[in-house]
Design a protein around this ligand. Sequence first.
Ligand SMILES: Cc1cc2nc3c(=O)[nH]c(=O)nc-3n(C[C@H](O)[C@H](O)[C@H](O)COP(=O)(O)OP(=O)(O)OC[C@H]3O[C@@H](n4cnc5c(N)ncnc54)[C@H](O)[C@@H]3O)c2cc1C
Length: 389
Amino acid sequence: MRNSFDIVIIGGGLVGLSLARSLAGSGLALALIEPRPSAPPPTGVNWESRVYALSPGSAALLQSCGAWQRLPPERIARVERMRVFGDDPGARIEFSAYDAGLRELAFIIENNRLHHALREAVREQELRMHCPAGWSTLEFHESHAAIGLEDGTALTARLVVGADGAESRVRKHAGIAVRAADYRQLGVVANFSCEKSHDDTAFQWFMRDGVLALLPLPGRRASMVWSIAEERGRRLLALPEPALADEVEAASGGVLGALQVITSARGFPLKLQRVTHFTRPRLALVGDAAHNVHPLAGQGVNLGFRDARALSKVLGERGPQGDCGDYALLRRYERARREDVLAMQAATDGLQKLFNNDAVLLSRVRNLGLTLVDRLPWLKSFLVHHAVA
Ligand SMILES: Cc1cc2nc3c(=O)[nH]c(=O)nc-3n(C[C@H](O)[C@H](O)[C@H](O)COP(=O)(O)OP(=O)(O)OC[C@H]3O[C@@H](n4cnc5c(N)ncnc54)[C@H](O)[C@@H]3O)c2cc1C
């Protein structure tokens, strides 16, 4: 059995799988290591509380990966409008796909459906899947990297890709430093059935103690992401479901009428992570292993898909005899991604700080900012076109 590969991807989450798919047909020998076995999503009407707002650019990547076509269309919601409210009455901004000349601003899709679609697509390509499997040793040499699996299998690769999420062991192993800032917030997620139609609109409220988003799901359903101070988040998680629904209904001003919980709440700790390097000789990081952002803009996995797209493009341009772990090549990937990632980290962190602040002057500035942007069509158009990439 072959144990030497061009690329070994460590981590089979959405970003690792999308990279594997983007490299199908490249002629590169690929392997992927993932500890968690994959299970098909449950049949029936269960809705997963972990959903993603995917940009049209991400949807196009998933289409080219052969994953989008595998998603059940009745589980995909299109976002045609977005209404964002500040914490002053009247401070609001509205984005519309129609005004921006787009068909939609985003798609909302459940994590388990998307993961399954990507796994099924990957099954069709030449790739050695080690799953469930873990690794115990990882050494970087001049000409290759050596990976020892927990079952004793030894693999070599010209390039290792760390796609193993925010707590990346690959990153730690390679000695890449991280600057982390704990937001001391939880991202509380849950799904609701709603009395009123959402009309394909995503709603977001920037409040003094957090950001509440209600994203449309197919039918009269909505998915909540409430980024909120840890203590209040824990209280929300402990509430009986009818009380949680009442609290969300009140916080959202009843825009969707009476709510009923259809998927129990879960909480995720939120932090910002900046890495010093995306690459080392024979190593590239992608997805949350390379950057972690506040979910208020719903951009984490979109950034990760753009990493996958950029890395596969750079690898595809390396020439017939090119070494895919060549550091100069990997630096091109890093340069291609730095600006987008830094801009998103700055924007999400800046917004989080601007609103998570009691100063009266800041309150005026942020609410005035929303109203002003709403009145500047060119700026709105610029923001929309950046967000859908
Ligand atoms: C509340 C919340 C809401 C969000 N909403 C959005 C949104 O609407 N839109 C959006 O774009 N983003 C959103 N995000 C961000 C998004 O969840 C992440 O950016 C995305 O999941 C990162 O994908 P990934 O594949 O890089 O990492 P992960 O999803 O963390 O996958 C990492 C994979 O690596 C595997 N792994 C872990 N350790 C090892 C190991 N030692 N060896 C091998 N494999 C390993 C794991 O099992 C996993 O399969 C949200 C985040 C939160 C917290």
